[in-house]
Design a protein around this ligand. Sequence first.
Ligand code: TYC
Length: 120
Amino acid sequence: MNDDGDDTPDRHNPDDDRGTDEDRQAGLLLKPRTKTKKPAMYRVLLLNDDYTPMEFVVHILERFFSKNRQEATDIMLHVHRRGVGICGLFTYEIAESKVQKVMDFARQNEQPLQCTMEKE
Ligand code: TYC
């Protein structure tokens, strides 16, 4: 609430820096915005199958997701037992690129491994 009793920006009061709608549209908002929007994040997932060798999946996790041998083995075994597991959380473009690279690599090596992404 400002001094004149209503709740609208008061252009005559120097302490009221909220600006009018016209000011905002003209880019004249005096208070700098501190909020920066966080990008939407996407989980990259590996799916289990009965054919892809465990060692191949561990290699994928090391090569494309920078996991160490222990982390890669844990994720691979999780996928093997539960059917699906998370390789990492990325922005849309990075997630899309990871999925493409994994699918290309699996195809080149004639493995049926499936990699996909979903919004966090
Ligand atoms: N289930 C596979 C096997 O027994 C191993 C495997 C794990 C395959 C994870 C895919 O995303 C996967 N050889």
